[in-house]
Design a protein around this ligand. Structure first.
Ligand SMILES: Cc1ncc(COP(=O)(O)O)c(C=O)c1O
Length: 375
């Protein structure tokens, strides 16, 4: 029997538990920023830009206001404009597709591979037209998309790849961290991400000098020097306070990702064979931003877990192609069967580095019992 009490609530993500482990470092960093009053693209933003590029193994890194802005600006910096087509998956968070719409380009959605639940190169190949300007693979839940065939497709046709790495900080594909597999990659530092700020934040990484230069202009009113605007950009700078916090957290990221992988292994050993647990593939180092199981009895299992004060999530209940905001794209129910089935069956279990063995046992036992009761 586990020691976990019946009254213990298990959240999906526990930001307070993580803060407790770094509180002194964070407070010192905040004090330093406030004492310096260098609040806009100050030394912390410049330093974090460099540290993040070094971590990802890319030449440049440009901090922006959010993951959504990172995608939007990356799309713009790649020269995508009105009338261009950009291929991505319907099985993603809405922001991936919203960023394409923001660039006045046309999102061309594809279904995902049944096993990985990630972009399927053969579906992409079938969707390419002469108007295809970019492909956005999404490293969803912290698992990397199969980049080799996608790179081949893109290179052969001069199409840009923009990785949506919002959920995959530090994930590896054939030994290389995500971020450098295409023309640019976008990260989110939304608080619950593997590397999360204490507010919004985002980052674009690239190996291309001209793209980096354009991104630095775009994030800061297109301003080359004060009051000298060479292009129309926007105001989307990474906040200095957030950069200071992220600099404290970055040295812990690998150990936090390793803890997530250990927890995923523990869940995998304890959960019943009747639920599908996340799989990995040779050469892929998953960082388990989310731990997503699949079961035919999803709603019943979720309800029973809620009764035991175990929080769960559904990522995502309505696929992007069936969202009202995408109605004018002309997709219908039935267009992407793998994505649509997943929306009915997926359930995210609590996952964060500070999860305890007792909590994992409690959650796994609760899932086992719920599945049994559901028949
Ligand atoms: C896959 C994906 N892309 C893009 C975003 C957008 O990031 P942000 O919330 O920082 O704007 C998110 C955020 O949840 C995401 O999960």
């Amino acid at each position: 029997m586990t020691v976990t009490t019946k009254t213990q609530e298990i959240p999906l993500v526990d930001l307070k538990a993580q803060y407790a482990t770094i509180k002194d470092e964070v407070r010192k960093a905040l004090d330093d920023v406030l004492e310096s009053m260098q609040l806009t693209i100050g030394p912390n933003v410049r330093a974090f830009d460099q540290e993040w590029a070094a971590y990802c193994g890319t030449k440049h890194s440009v901090g922006v206001g959010s993951g959504t802005d990172a995608l939007q600006l990356a799309i713009r910096a790649c020269g995508v404009s009105s009338g261009d087509e950009v291929i991505t998956v319907s099985h993603t968070f809405f922001a991936t597709v919203e960023a394409i719409l923001y660039a006045s380009a046309r999102p061309i959605l594809v279904d995902v591979d049944e096993k990985s639940m990630l972009m399927d190169a053969s579906a992409v190949a079938a969707a390419i037209t002469p108007r295809t300007k970019a492909i956005i693979p999404v490293h969803l839940y912290g698992r990397t998309a199969d980049m080799k065939p996608l790179r081949q497709l893109a290179q052969d046709r001069g199409i840009a790849i923009i990785e949506d790495a919002a959920q995959a900080h530090g994930a590896r594909y054939n030994g290389q961290r995500v971020g450098g597999f295409g023309h640019a990659a976008a990260f989110s530092f939304y608080p619950s991400k593997n590397l999360g700020a204490y507010g919004d934040g985002g980052m674009i990484v690239t190996n291309d000098d001209r793209t980096a230069e354009k991104l630095r202009l775009l994030r800061n009113y297109g301003q080359r020097a004060k009051y000298d605007h060479s292009i129309a950009g926007t105001n989307s700078r990474l906040d200095t306070v957030q950069a200071a916090i992220l600099r404290v957290k970055l040295p812990h990221l690998d150990e936090w990702n390793a803890a997530r992988r250990r927890h995923a292994d523990s869940y995998g050993e304890r959960l019943p064979a009747r639920v599908d647990t996340p799989s990995s593939a040779a050469g892929v180092e998953h960082v388990y931003h989310l731990y997503v199981i699949e079961t035919d009895h999803r709603d019943a299992v979720q309800q029973q877990l809620r009764a035991k004060e175990i929080a769960t999530g559904i990522h995502y209940p309505v696929p992007v192609h069936l969202q009202q905001a995408c109605a004018n794209l002309g997709y219908r129910a039935g267009d992407f069967p793998v994505t649509e089935r997943a929306a009915q069956r997926m359930l995210s279990l609590p996952m964060y580095p500070e999860l305890t063995t007792a909590q994992i046992e409690y959650v796994s036992d609760a899932v086992t019992e719920a599945v049994k009761r559901a028949g």
